[in-house]
Design a protein around this ligand. Structure first.
Ligand SMILES: C[S@@+](CC[C@H](N)C(=O)[O-])C[C@H]1O[C@@H](n2cnc3c(N)ncnc32)[C@H](O)[C@@H]1O
Length: 234
């Protein structure tokens, strides 16, 4: 059965709001990913699963020359368009990431950002092949995902279980599913796709999160939530 994991309706609205200043997206994942990105000035960037446009706007504010966003949720694309406004250097596509990205040119992006999307997908190897094709030689792929240990702590069973699990989103009354996987599977699929690992981080919240939500801030200091990697196309 085909699973639709795009964040539509109430889940999309909840995510768009929460990702703006929430401890996990705004103050744990994004700072770690931008640290891995380094200077993005003048780069042509592809944002896979661009959500409500938080990465797109920050990439442009940091000097990216052009950003192409791909997103499966109509709800989140509406939020992204509102957030981004009128910017001729940004192009957004409504597209299911379980399908090939035939509209992407070959060898053209300097940087691909895929933040907290990868774990939702089944066609990960197909997508990684497409991203490899779209990157210029030596281009960079940044991926963040749920830390395998976090999934093991939250969902129990064996660390080596690679099943789909359902997660509740805060007090939104909505859920979504993702595939938990071992670190070996996560990194193995990236290496198999023709990328070399340059950096690996297990992000903790920045000090700014303490002002927003001290309980969750402290939680990220003792429990792994995400991993983030910088890979180079070889
Ligand atoms: C946790 S959010 C991350 C959004 C954005 N990258 C960020 O960090 O702000 C996961 C995103 O993946 C999108 N997504 C999930 N499954 C998808 C699919 N099959 N095709 C396209 N987008 C999908 C969701 O709609 C959502 O925008």
């Amino acid at each position: 059965m085909r699973i639709n994991t795009a964040y539509e309706g109430a889940l999309g609205d909840y995510f768009a709001d929460n990702a703006t200043d929430g401890p996990y997206n705004a103050h744990t994942d994004r700072p770690a990913m931008f640290a891995l990105a380094g200077d993005v000035t003048g780069l042509r960037v592809l944002d896979i699963g661009c959500g409500a446009g938080h990465y797109v706007t920050e990439l442009r504010a940091r000097g990216a020359a052009e950003v192409v966003g791909v997103e499966g949720s109509a709800t989140l694309l509406r939020h992204a368009r509102d957030r981004i406004g009128d910017d001729a250097a940004v192009t957004l596509y409504h597209h299911d990431l379980e399908e090939p990205l035939g509209f992407l040119p070959d060898d053209s992006f300097d940087l691909v950002v895929m933040a907290l999307v990868h774990h939702h997908l089944e066609a990960r190897r197909q997508l990684l092949a497409e991203l490899h094709r779209g990157l210029r030689p030596g281009g960079i792929l940044l991926v963040s995902t749920v830390h395998p240990t976090a999934d093991w702590v939250w969902h129990g069973g064996s660390y080596f279980d690679e099943d789909r699990v359902e997660t509740r989103f805060g007090d939104s009354g909505t859920t979504n599913s993702h595939r938990r996987m071992t670190m070996q599977t996560f990194l193995g699929e990236l290496l198999d796709a023709g990328f070399a690992l340059e950096r690996f981080v297990e992000p903790r919240a920045t000090e700014a999160a303490r002002q927003v939500d001290e309980v969750r801030y402290l939680k990220t200091l003792r429990t792994p939530f995400f991993v983030a990697v910088r890979m180079r196309k070889i």
